[in-house]
Write a new protein. Structure first.
Length: 203
């Protein structure tokens, strides 16, 4: 493993690339989370049922997070285990915009929930495979800071598009596009799984 200084980690192209990936993952998460209850409410349900039904993607996501993370550990593979859930999240969100039936729409959003939450535990193995010590702390801080800007940008874009179009479809498609960009970035960056097994990776 190459030893990076804190300054080098802050401007490392790979760190910036992973920040973009995390931005896409966070955007799909928060963008959907903020507006999911309103989407479900539009099905004509009361407040209690809206709350219950809105929890479904999170329950699926919980299962996905545990199962997919364990699968990644068992296979000792990170790149595709990070990229595939982003594709699943994007596909689930995009398909939901074409469905009017409440059951089918929720099934699609549950698929999206699986992808959104399955990606997260695997993603955080990527920066720690090539960063260590203080450089890892700095790199993770950069990734987290840039990525979490999507916590504002995603819901804001969703709301702005909804106000100007009267529909959630455009905003959801934007979230799906950010997920696809994140997936593509993971695949382009690649990942050397042997770094995780190198002695220096544990320092």
């Amino acid at each position: 493993m190459h030893s990076y200084t804190v300054t080098q980690a802050l401007v490392n192209p790979r760190v910036i690339g992973l920040s973009l990936v995390y931005f896409g993952a966070v955007a799909t998460n928060y963008g959907l989370s903020f507006f999911l209850p309103q989407i479900v409410k539009a099905f004509g349900m009361n407040t209690f049922l809206t709350t219950v039904v809105s929890a479904a993607p999170y329950l699926v996501g919980l299962v996905g997070m545990v199962w997919w993370g364990r699968r990644s550990d068992r296979m000792a593979e990170r790149r595709f285990h990070a990229a595939l859930p982003l594709f699943v999240a994007a596909a689930g969100i995009a398909v939901s915009t074409a469905l009017d039936d409440p059951t089918l729409k929720m099934l699609s959003l549950c698929v999206a929930g699986f992808g959104i939450f399955a990606c997260l535990p695997v993603f955080w193995t990527l920066p720690t495979a090539f960063l260590s010590g203080a450089a890892a702390a700095a790199g993770i801080a950069v990734i987290n800071s840039i990525g979490n800007l999507a916590g504002f940008a995603g819901p804001f874009a969703m709301g702005w598009i909804k106000d100007h179009t009267g529909s959630y479809a455009g905003g959801l498609l934007l979230l799906a596009a950010l997920g696809i960009i994140g997936m593509g970035t993971v695949l382009i960056l690649g990942h050397d799984d042997t770094l995780e097994r190198a002695p220096s990776a544990a320092e």
